[in-house]
Design a protein around this ligand. Sequence first.
Ligand code: DX5
Ligand code: ZN
Length: 214
Amino acid sequence: MVIAASLLAANFLKLQEECNMLNESQADWFHLDVMDGSFVPNISFGFPIIQQVRKTTKKICDVHLMIVKPEKYAEQFKNAGADILTVHIEACRHLHRNIQQIKALGMQAGVAVNPHTPVNLLKDILVDIDLVCLMSVNPGFGGQSFIPYSIEKIKQLRKMIDDAGLKVKIEVDGGVTLQNAKQIAEAGAHVLVAGNTIFSSKDPKATIQILKSI
Ligand code: DX5
Ligand code: ZN
């Protein structure tokens, strides 16, 4: 399993310490949630935070854009240090063009799908992307409960990817806990995003280790 720690749940007054902790841990990726108050009903952080986080780590910076018009900012996210840039299918009128732009900038490209979006809408774009971010909560907030139907969607997507002979990663984002991680992995996910499960635990590094060993 790849563990992507969501900094949204970190203590921003202690960001350096939080990043150090993740660097010392078995977490594989830093998951950075960018929200614009338009695509989602919340605002998080942008370039200055990502630039600072980038300086602290050699791990993969996995940037999840919950914003409208992501094409306007793709180059700035590359310059801020994104290795993976994920855009929402619901926010992109010209998704194929957006994906080509991200790849031309030298980043891996991801597509995120909201809980209401059927995974079969991804069929024609799978060949062009590196990752699907399957939202298992409605995007905008950390600490929400996992939507059970997401398990069915992971299985459907797993089958689509395997049938097409592709290597697209399935990342599951939202409400991942120590209790449901195994079921999510068994359904076919490669990447687990975890925010509150990591940062609200008494021993975040130990929690990451448990997630990693699932
Ligand atoms: C939600 C974000 C998630 C969030 C997950 O909109 O995309 O990445 O940080 O938080 P938890 O793991 O606490 O549900
Ligand atoms: Zn996210």
